[in-house]
Write a protein that binds this ligand. Sequence first.
Ligand code: SF4
Length: 430
Amino acid sequence: MNKAESQRIASYLTSAGYQAAMTPQNADLIILNTCVVRQSAEDRVLGTLSLLKGLKHKDLDLSVVVTGCFVDSNIEGLEKRFPHVDLFFKPGAYFELIDWLQGESELPAPSPFPLPSREKVKVSVLPIPISPCTFVPIIQGCNNFCSYCIVPYRRGREISRPIEEIVCEVGELSMKGVKEVTLLGQNVDSYGHDLPGELDLADLLAKLNDIDGIDRIRFLTNHPKDVNLRLIKAMASLDKVCEHLELPVQAGSNDILKAMRRGYIVEHYYELVRMIRAYIPEISLSTDVIVGFPGETEEQFERTFSLLEEIKFDVVHVATYSPRPGTIAWREYEDNVPSEVKKRRFNEIEALQANIAAELNSNLQGKSVEMLVEGKRKGKWYGRTRSNKLVFFESSDLSELLHLDQLVEVKIEKTSPWALQGVVASKSHA
Ligand code: SF4
């Protein structure tokens, strides 16, 4: 989400005539887009703000703007704490930045493309495509209040963007060469519940599937209590919707899930995975897991471990619990799992997942996969399969430009838990 928002801000500034500075010392304007999902991230924001204070003392013409989750509803309080910051604006409230910049320098408004529900904004905030893949936020905020999470307090309640606006934006992106869009939201499955009519994510996917030039559609993040049969059927039937689902389970013990306030039980999660695999046999599944949640016993951890062993996800993002001031878990539970125990559980899951991913990826050895070429890294082209697996291939100089931003068929010659290597078999689309 932050990446998508930074892209939009950069896009506006570029269209308004700004150029990127090579270093903060050379900049006239610094915009800090913050993430505070963990306390360590918030500490880094504080560190950076103090560095910027030093810069501002040396260069009085420098403007400093702060956005992202660090900016809570108490903007006055932030202004008092950090008087060297010229503007704080809430995540997604670009109109405040634009008003301020226009007031500062009488910037002209670039091409018209209104922001969601902000009539006063008459400027383009489409991201400038820097690759054939782009993020498109569709819903902001979260209504769930998982006990460990700060997001609902910082991003507020869910607000969906109107469906026509998203369709229009994706249409424009396709004309700029974008081939793959990833729809973003803290909980994309809630999309549309606050809009008039009976719209949901399945309706949005169907509309986007009809847009010429877009080859792939992804969406994240999902909530296991909100993924339903209608969405699964839409995924199975719409040819551009990729066979990949990010479905955070967080824990394999019902007691821990209850303490986390996740709103589902493990049995529901297993049933959901069974249903998804029945409709979309080639689905690639990713998940998130937290180890060392307050009170997590060895037996409860083993349940998480067994769930991962049994389901065999393609990717597992594992994190050790750390209390986040302001959350329910921070208020109500003691962070009583010793850090060495958290670390061991973390390592056990990482090792398990490396074996599972190695095994799943080795099944692709010798097979052809479709990948969208995104760029070059260390002399090799890279991109992702529809199932979101990272693929690298080498090619002769002459054919290089033919591959960039294109869908190509790659024959897989080597696999590892983290990536695939292959050779180009053919170009999928002219
Ligand atoms: Fe946080 Fe839970 Fe909402 Fe995800 S669903 S953003 S973990 S409160």
